[in-house]
Unconditional design. Structure first.
Length: 66
């Protein structure tokens, strides 16, 4: 009877370990994805700013002469 209880507790601990490991992996994937998205948004914003500046300069260069 005692060995069955130990075996059951051991199996429970293994399941807890298994699910904790899966949960930690899922969290890592989630945060890696969030970081990637933030980096991508930052790069995209920088490119948009650069494009706006270039368009502004191009507009000044090709605009009418005063």
């Amino acid at each position: 009877m005692e060995s069955q209880a130990k075996s059951s507790a051991s199996k429970t601990n293994l399941w807890h370990f298994f699910y904790l490991k899966k949960f930690k992996k899922a969290l890592k994937i989630f945060f890696d994805t969030e970081i990637y998205c933030l980096e991508f948004q930052s790069k995209l914003s920088a490119q948009e700013n650069e494009t706006n500046i270039l368009n502004e300069v191009d507009g000044k260069l090709t605009g009418p002469c005063h």
